[in-house]
Design a protein around this ligand. Structure first.
Ligand SMILES: Cc1cc2nc3c(=O)[nH]c(=O)nc-3n(C[C@H](O)[C@H](O)[C@H](O)COP(=O)(O)OP(=O)(O)OC[C@H]3O[C@@H](n4cnc5c(N)ncnc54)[C@H](O)[C@@H]3O)c2cc1C
Length: 548
């Protein structure tokens, strides 16, 4: 960085493309696709005006279940009321997986869940057809072809809150509205409280977590019906099945395969990851009960101690919508809170209250996605961070991805990611801080690496988890606090398994030279103190007068 030279805005590769900060502001204000879609849906033709023919539920990658699926249930009711046949589809776009960088683990999990829902619906005589749109901009066209070919009059789906997905739904409205003979209905299904609706005293949406959390708790306490669940769709009768037999034949023949770069590198990897993350609603619910009855009690105390593995590991089931959040909360209320929906620290045990707080974080991130839509456009929420000049340290990048930075806690986290397609939250906080501040690499590279490797990748949580801030973690003191006996480090960094005592947190400086050499563990890639100073200076220099 030239002395005194002001950096305009960060450069980034094609994969990390993002619009200008000015354009982001337009999307947040005048264009706001969520608001536009809500208005269009509100003004859309009434269902009663459309002559009922076949009814379609359109699954998305975030509602892959038949149980307590709001839009699917509404579609089923419509089909029953009008004596129509219920059809379902999933619109698959391989380019979407490539665009988002979705990992093989997440892609495989998604396909397995779809397969299971397909079987389950098949027993109810309801077909689930997978439509493939080769290009991302062909999705609307592909769906319209299906709608026309199969004489669909009513389409139901659950909202997705990211910019591209909102635009896709607006595109579908553009296609169906001119003829006026197809009705499109969207449901809020991903959260208990509808994103964008919790407001501050002055009437604007909450933008800070703590008051949002408080408001969320009182909203749910005052209206327990928010946790009501809906049942499975009603079966089509046998005659209906015969009517749509060609769709069953088609679905049997044409389950698509994943693109090559979304396949596991080996069968062994696939087996291991599938074993850790069994697909489907039943597996998700039994994991939930296991957590509620065996781990939840100690969650408040141990949630930041990764060696305890005390969290629920429900994230892949939430990210793909395999288990509904209402069902999770109503089960928690019935089985662990004597039927009460007061999940505050005075209304629930400490463990449950702390766990629900994390679920509320998930809700908050969906809320913030509609309040500040540019969150979903590869841009930081605080746009000033787009003016930071990042380093070009390819060796540091490689070491970070491999877990060979020479910082044991960071390396343990990165190796957990490689072996489990998952990383404990405390490690996610540390490895992201290390990449963005100590290595001073564009945080978007790390964000994408997570997408490419996590089984629970979720755009709202990942993007906002990676949101840059002024905080610089110290991964040595973090390890001393959160992994006090070094057990987590020993588990994932075998070179250090025999290191005794506190030397495990900083082996280069706490062992004598010879001892360190014998370990075969790398020296730190950067000095933590110096690199922190460099980062703070860089922030100061590049952001002080930035005008996003
Ligand atoms: C840099 C970074 C990236 C992240 N990327 C993702 C991601 O791609 N997908 C993802 O689901 N989570 C992400 N998180 C949040 C969190 O780390 C994971 O949700 C959590 O580790 C999953 O483990 P669990 O299911 O055992 O969580 P538990 O502790 O059991 O929590 C229950 C649920 O609450 C939600 N939750 C927990 N912590 C958070 C949090 N900090 N923010 C938002 N929701 C939370 C998750 O849905 C989680 O499954 C990220 C966090 C950071 C710091």
């Amino acid at each position: 960085m030239g002395e005194g030279k002001k950096h305009e805005r960060s450069l980034s590769s094609d994969l990390l493309k993002h619009p200008s900060t000015k354009r982001a502001k337009e999307v947040d204000t005048t264009e706001n696709p969520f608001r536009r879609l809500e208005e269009r849906i509100e003004a859309h033709t009434s269902s009663a005006k459309v002559k009922p023919r076949n009814v379609l539920h359109w699954f998305r990658s975030k509602d892959l279940r038949a149980e307590d699926n709001r839009a699917l249930n509404a579609a089923s009711q419509k089909a029953r009321e009008t004596g129509s046949v219920l059809l379902t589809c999933f619109l698959y776009s391989p380019k979407d997986l490539q665009w988002h960088g979705t990992s093989p683990a997440r892609s495989d999990f998604m396909f397995e869940c779809i397969r299971l829902v397909q079987e389950q619906l098949g027993c109810l005589n309801i077909p689930l057809v997978i439509l493939t749109a080769e290009a991302r901009d062909k999705k609307g066209e592909q769906l319209m072809d299906f709608i026309k070919k199969h004489d669909v009059s009513h389409v139901y789906a659950n909202y997705e809150y990211e910019v591209d997905e909102l635009r896709r739904d607006l595109d579908l409205l553009d296609r169906i509205e001119p003829d006026g003979n197809v009705y499109f209905e969207l449901h809020h299904d991903q959260t208990v409280v509808v994103p964008g609706t919790l407001l501050t005293g002055s009437g604007g949406p909450h933008k800070v977590f703590t008051p949002y959390h408080k408001s969320w708790l009182s909203t749910v306490s005052e209206d327990p019906s928010l946790l009501d669940t809906v049942g499975l769709p009603e079966a089509n009768d046998k005659a209906a099945r015969q009517q749509v037999q060609e769709l069953f034949d088609y679905q049997k023949k044409t389950f698509p395969s994943l693109p090559k770069d979304k396949l596991f590198p080996s069968d062994e990897d696939r087996k291991r990851i599938r074993g850790l993350w069994p697909a489907g609603h039943t597996a998700g619910m039994s994991r939930l009960r296991e957590f509620l009855h065996k781990k939840c009690d100690t969650y408040a105390k141990n949630r930041s101690i990764p060696a305890e593995d005390n969290s629920s590991r429900m994230s892949p089931y939430f990210a793909a919508g395999v288990v509904s959040i209402r069902q999770v909360l109503s089960t928690s209320s019935k089985e662990c809170n004597e039927g009460s929906v007061d999940f505050s620290s005075s209304g629930a045990d400490a463990g449950l209250a702390a766990w629900i707080r994390e679920i509320v974080f998930r809700e908050f991130y969906r809320h913030m996605m509609v309040v500040i839509p540019h969150n979903g456009m590869n841009l930081p929420q605080n746009l000033k961070f787009d003016f930071v000049e990042w380093e070009d340290d390819e060796e540091g990048w490689r070491k970070w991805t491999e877990g060979t930075t020479g910082v044991p806690f960071v390396d343990a986290g990165m190796r957990q990611l490689t072996s489990e397609a998952y990383m404990h939250n405390r490690l996610r906080m540390n490895v992201s801080s290390y990449l963005r501040t100590n290595l001073l690499l564009d945080y978007r590279r790390g964000e994408r690496w997570f997408a490419e490797n996590l089984v629970d990748w979720d755009l709202c949580n990942n993007t906002q988890g990676w949101e840059p801030s002024y905080t610089v973690f110290n991964p040595i003191s973090q390890a001393e606090k959160c992994d006090p006996h070094g057990d987590f480090i020993r588990k994932y960094v075998p070179e250090l398994k025999d290191v005794k005592g506190k030397a495990i947190f900083d082996p280069l400086n706490r062992l004598d030279k010879e001892e360190f050499k014998k370990l075969g563990y790398p020296e730190p890639h950067v000095d933590l103190k110096e690199s922190k100073e460099r980062c703070l200076q860089r922030h100061k220099h590049d952001m002080a007068d930035a005008d996003p």
